[in-house]
Design a protein around this ligand. Structure first.
Ligand SMILES: C[S@@+](CC[C@H](N)C(=O)[O-])C[C@H]1O[C@@H](n2cnc3c(N)ncnc32)[C@H](O)[C@@H]1O
Length: 274
């Protein structure tokens, strides 16, 4: 049975409420904090550092000052608040009111409240935004949650201006072996269904993007290097990081020689221009 938006909201409210207890200095974000966090093996995000480093570079290469950005399914809002510190005018959107409250607190702690607003609502109804309101919609690990809701895709496309960009950082779901491993891991770890992980972005969703955007570029990464999942909890060990680096090197060779294998990678950055 697919989960409901209420169940998903409840799950994420409980997750993000815990961060609201933290002091301001732990909540503040800026370019340096983002860099440090991505390079710190103790941070959960380290496991996806290649994915997020790619996104970080792409965002840094954009003229962020004055850009109207929607952080879509913002969660703890690191990305939205960070781009506001670079001068963007940011809207945080999440189904979870706790996520949006946390994001607004982080914006205050980062001294960019004047450039950040928040909307706690379901992405399948974005009538609070007019057509083409945003130059850039950024979503990390979020569209695979929202696509299961009717109208969410149309709404996502509608709020991007013609010529505007959709930037996604996602798990890539074309590899049956990786998908099987994900299901086994979720079952073993007792992953909550309310977490809403039932869709993984794959060919079908990419085809949907191609139907609505004029240009869609994929940057796939990590094939053998998805073995990093087996080293969860060991990332602080030098040998574990060395093993992942070896796998990443092997991927560079393999994907260079056989580019068709890219479709079976486990993570992807998508840049779609409307
Ligand atoms: C895996 S989290 C990712 C959060 C954040 N983007 C990040 O990278 O850390 C997925 C987020 O999508 C949000 N979400 C799920 N369904 C949604 C919906 N229908 N509308 C808006 N947000 C939704 C969840 O509340 C959650 O914060």
């Amino acid at each position: 049975m697919p989960i409901t938006a209420d169940q998903e909201r409840g799950f994420y409210d409980a997750v993000y409420s815990r961060f609201l207890e933290r002091p301001d200095h732990e909540l503040a974000v800026n370019r340096e904090v983002m860099r440090r966090t991505l390079a710190d093996p103790r941070q959960p995000v380290f496991e996806r550092r290649r994915l997020y480093t790619e996104v970080f570079s792409r965002l840094l290469a954009m003229p962020l000052s004055g850009l109207r950005v929607l952080d879509y399914g913002c969660g703890p809002a690191d990305w939205g608040v960070w781009v506001a510190t670079e001068g963007a005018d940011v809207t945080l959107l999440d189904l979870s009111p706790a996520a949006v409250e946390l994001g607004l607190r982080r914006a205050r702690a980062s001294e960019v409240s004047h450039r950040v607003r928040g909307e706690a609502r379901d992405a399948s109804d974005l009538t609070c935004f007019h057509d083409g309101e945003f130059d850039l919609v950024y979503a990390s690990a979020a569209v695979h949650h929202t696509l299961k809701y009717p109208r969410a895709f149309d709404e996502l496309v509608r709020v991007i201006r013609p010529g505007g960009t959709l930037l996604l950082a996602e798990t890539y779901g074309n590899n049956p072996l990786l998908n099987f491993a994900r299901r086994v891991r979720a079952a073993l770890e007792g992953e909550a269904e309310e977490q809403g992980e039932e869709i993984i972005l794959g060919h079908r969703e990419i085809a949907l993007l191609r139907s609505a955007f004029t240009h869609v570029e994929l940057h796939e990464m990590n094939l053998l290097a998805m073995g990093k999942r087996l080293l969860r909890g060991k990332r602080h060990r030098r040998w574990a990081r060395g093993a992942v680096s070896l796998l990443e090197g092997a991927d560079a060779l393999l994907l260079g020689m056989a580019p068709f294998l890219r479709r079976y990678c486990g993570e992807v950055v998508v840049v779609a221009v409307k």
